[in-house]
Design a protein around this ligand. Sequence first.
Ligand code: ATR
Length: 267
Amino acid sequence: MDQYAVVGNPIAHSKSPSIHAEFAQQTQQLLNYKTLLGDELQFEQQVVDFFAQGGKGLNVTVPFKERAYAMCDVLSQRAKQAGAVNTLLMSKNGDLFGDNTDGVGMVRDIVVNHRQSFAGKRVLILGAGGAVRGVLEPILDEKPVSVTIANRTVEKAQVLADHFACSASSFEALEGSFDIIINGTSASLSGHLPPLKEELLGEQTWCYDMMYGKHGTVFLQWAEQRGVKGADGLGMLVGQAAEAFYLWRQVRPETTALVDQLRAQMD
Ligand code: ATR
């Protein structure tokens, strides 16, 4: 049976095996998908061994996405732009190919599942770390009228803004409201909120958090308390998996019902 895996550290609680098992069943593909605990010292060897043993595809998660990127013989355009790889496959001639499906998974979740359009919109992105870097090109492909990157460390926002031809700002210097606000800071993980002004939220604003939780996130709660709707990143998790599945199997699975199912299972 074709073998796939996700490598990361920690990895025990990864939802990827159950997501891919669901995709396989839905699309009637015969495959096995397991977790692989990444070793800080031997990550590269683990990847080499996985493919040498006949593995067909590997997802890469925290903290190895940059190391996976550095290992690849061939990179997709979006992986090059992201500077990180979350999906690997071995091509027929033995080249290790790396892609990054995080950004397109998020954009597809926002556009298809949540029916929000980026076209002509003023977009604000909070954070300037690896997660944000990975989503900028897919967002720009949707032709927003402007993209502003706000970060606690403004210099990091400026580096991304220069590279992707966007604007950079501190949280404090932001002015006016935005149509779509995406939280890509890891602050949500520890229940923190960047210092956001209420004036960022307008009548039409819609919010998205790349993080997720059973009851949303502090950022989404902040928006909701001010009458602004949004969605968390559970759909991004499923979306990036669907894009990886598509790359490996050339079949794109349905994601909406699975997101609902995963949310119901969350504790
Ligand atoms: P990731 O891979 O999740 O993007 P990262 O590269 O470490 O992780 O980036 C984390 C992001 O969250 C950064 O933008 C960070 O801001 P700094 O660049 O100023 O460090 C942001 N972040 C983390 N904790 C935060 C907090 N409590 N308030 C505001 N921003 C925070």
